[in-house]
Ligand binder design. Structure first.
Ligand code: HEC
Length: 207
């Protein structure tokens, strides 16, 4: 007589696990459909655009060179390219860096950063070729990048949202070592100077 294998019935614990996992999937699907539905009815976009650009003729040429020179392999600008993190995100970089700084950085990355870099810099770094781009093209690209502006308070802006925030005050008080007050100045005090910022090359930057 051959014995027939019978599938063991699910245990109670297993059933509960499957039901809970299934409920998560169903809930996520419902929430996604609901979000699409609400979004389609809204007149305003769900998230405000905090970065913008207005390209000059040079800037336009620079944007072309930016693409042709493989910068989008590692960077993101005008919502194109990869998104590997904050440094790789160049939308809004014009609000943090001046044209001069950008041009200097592309030619002499480590000297301009004042620190060891990961990809820009001498061979065999992966972006070593950037420093060898002709000065004319480098200038176009720097102008293009300087025209990528972000509003104060956006994640790519140098300055946090205007106004005093109890939360930020509390964080600074809790986490910032006491000697930072002497060593660094509080960028929040610059808010009113923001318009003139892009003309000023900052010698030292926080990372
Ligand atoms: C292989 C990846 C890679 C490529 C290709 C690349 N970059 Fe970068 N880029 C980086 C990384 C990583 C950093 C951060 C500095 C570092 O460690 O090298 C950076 C930093 C920068 C910065 C400084 C941003 C800031 O505010 O600190 C600029 C500007 C920049 N890159 C422009 C360019 C341009 C223009 C090109 C194309 C000609 C390019 N990059 C190609 C990886 C890359």
């Amino acid at each position: 007589m051959s014995e027939k294998r019978v599938q063991a019935p699910l245990k109670t614990g297993e059933k509960i696990m499957f039901i809970v996992a299934g409920a998560f999937v169903v809930l996520a699907a419902i929430a996604f459909v609901a979000m699409l539905f609400i979004q389609s009815g809204e007149e305003k976009p769900m998230f405000d655009m905090k970065t913008h650009f207005e390209l000059s003729e040079t800037g336009l040429r620079g944007s072309e060179s930016f693409r042709l020179n493989g910068c989008t392999t590692c960077h993101r600008a005008l919502r194109n390219g990869t998104n590997m993190g904050r440094t790789a995100e160049l939308d809004g970089v014009g609000s943090r860096r001046s044209v001069t700084w950008l041009e200097d950085f592309l030619a002499k990355p480590e000297e301009t950063y004042g620190a060891v870099t990961v990809d820009h810099g001498p061979s065999p770094k992966r972006a070593d070729y950037v420093a060898k781009i002709t000065p004319e093209i480098r200038h176009d690209i720097a102008v293009f990048l300087s025209e990528l502006i972000s509003e104060q308070g956006s994640s790519t802006a140098r300055l946090p949202p205007d106004g005093r925030s109890d939360f930020i005050d509390a964080m600074v008080k809790t986490w910032a070592p006491a000697d930072w007050k002497v060593k660094y100045h509080d960028v929040r005090q610059e808010s009113k100077m923001q318009d003139s910022y892009t003309q000023v090359a900052k010698p030292e930057e926080e990372h």
